[in-house]
Write a protein that binds this ligand. Sequence first.
Ligand code: IPE
Ligand code: IPE
Ligand code: MG
Length: 252
Amino acid sequence: MHWPGARHSESERMSTPEHVAIIMDGNGRWAKSRGLPRIAGHRAGVEALRQTVRAASDHGIRWLTVYAFSSENWSRPKSEVTDLLGLLKIFIRRDLAELHQSGVRVKVIGDRQGLATDIKGLLDEAEALTSLNTAMNLVIAFNYGGRDEIVRAARKLVAAVKAGQVDADSIDADTLANFLDTAEIPDPDLVIRTSGEMRLSNFLLWQAAYSEFVFLPCYWPDFTRSDLAHAVQVYSARERRFGGVAPRDVAL
Ligand code: IPE
Ligand code: IPE
Ligand code: MG
C-alpha cells in the first residue's frame, strides 16, 4: 500500500533524526540573570555550541544546523553586533582545526554578499578546508533569514529561466529548493529552540515544512548533551505523517 510518507527516506521515519537544527536562543537572558553583560552570554553560548557539536556527533546525527546570526540581528546595538561577529571569527579560528580533525564538514548558509572581507574569507576557508570530510556536517546559518533565502533563490531561478536553462512551465517545489542555500542539505527532521520562545524567527521557513519541533525552557548557554538526548527522545516518540495516514491506519 502506498502512502505519501513513502517518498520520504527510511531515516526520516526512524528514531534518530538525520538532521537536527537548533535555534540557539537566550544568551542575553542567561547573562542578565547573572548580572553579566550580554557578551558574556554569547561567549558562554559558543562553549555550549562546542559541546553540542561533539554530542550530536556522538548521537550519530549526520547534519547539525545552528542559527548563529539572523538577517534581522543587524538591528541590535552596534556594539552587540560587533561582539557577535567577533565571536564567530574566534570560533572559526580556534575550532576549525579541531572540527577538521574530527571529520566535520562545515557549510555556511545565509547571504554572504556584503559581509566584511575577513569574515567572508574565514567562512570560505572553513568550507574549503573541510569539504571532503564525512563524519558529520555542521551547517552554520549566518546572516541567514528564511525569507531572504527564498527571495535570493527566486532571483537565481528567474535568471536561469531568462538564460534558457530552466523551463518556466516545469518549475516545481524541487526546482526552487535546488536554488536555496540548502540545495544539498536534507530538510531538518527536528528543530530545537531554547529559552522558552516558541517561534521560528525566520529560520528554515521552507525546509521546516514537516519538521518536528521541540521547545526547551533552558537558555542556550545552559544547553547540555542531556538536553540534546532529551529532545532526540521526544522526537523519536513522535509520529510523522507528512500529510498522509500512518501505515497501521491505512485499512481503517
Ligand atoms: C541568541 O541569544 C543569540 C543570537 C541571537 C545571536 P539572544 O542574544 O537572542 O538572547 P536573548 O533572546 O536576548 O536572551
Ligand atoms: C533567533 O533569535 C536568531 C538566532 C538565534 C541567531 P532572536 O533572539 O534573534 O529571535 P527573536 O527576535 O526573539 O524572534
Ligand atoms: Mg533571542
